[in-house]
Design a protein around this ligand. Sequence first.
Ligand SMILES: *Cc1c(COP(=O)(O)O)cnc(C)c1O
Length: 230
Amino acid sequence: MSIQTRYGSLADRIEKACLSAGRDPREVTFVAVSKTVGPDEVAQAFSAGARNFGENRPEGLLEKSPRFNDATWHFIGNIQSRRIGDIVAHADLVHSLYQARHADKIDAAAREAGKVQDVLLEVNVSGEASKSGLAPDEVEGMLEHCLGLANLRVCGFMTMAPQGDQSVARASFEGLRELRDRLKTAHPACDDPRFMHDLSMGMSEDWREGIAAGATIVRIGRAVFDDAFE
Ligand SMILES: *Cc1c(COP(=O)(O)O)cnc(C)c1O
């Protein structure tokens, strides 16, 4: 099966999953995670309609994003201080912010670049030691820190579920949605409709659970680009 066919089939299945969850498919952004492939494969997905791509290394953003200016680029990887300038220059949305010192540096780089950087706060909902992100009880403090930074906009939250068990994935996605709802209610003064709206949750193996739990963004790599998947 080609990348075009796989992308198209997933886009259809995502739309159906939205409808069966009683959700408007336009509320859910399908990010094709292109971190393991080059520009040729990105072009194949683009030709099938993909307009959102995810990269986990700054090098990937630098290489691919300038060739696809009509696409939206998502940075989903580990943030390193010295690469923040490159990330801010090329990413439309950063999914993986969880350290206050990185928030300060992103804000400064965005101010210098004349933009407001959209970010999601990464939350380790499941508490797995191997996962990065804020503990749920640290999120409000980080949010308040970010609210003081004029060139940063917290559009929402991202999490990664433990692998394997779909019901555990579903529970951690539900946990993130409840956290978003609670914090949004606690900050009624912020009337930007994009503020704390997004929930980036669901990958190749658990995007259905993400959509059922209220994801507005799913990040799918192997199911689009890897011939051996499924
Ligand atoms: C690689 C990656 C994905 C995509 O994972 P697949 O299992 O290939 O769909 C999603 N989110 C993050 C943060 C990733 O690093």
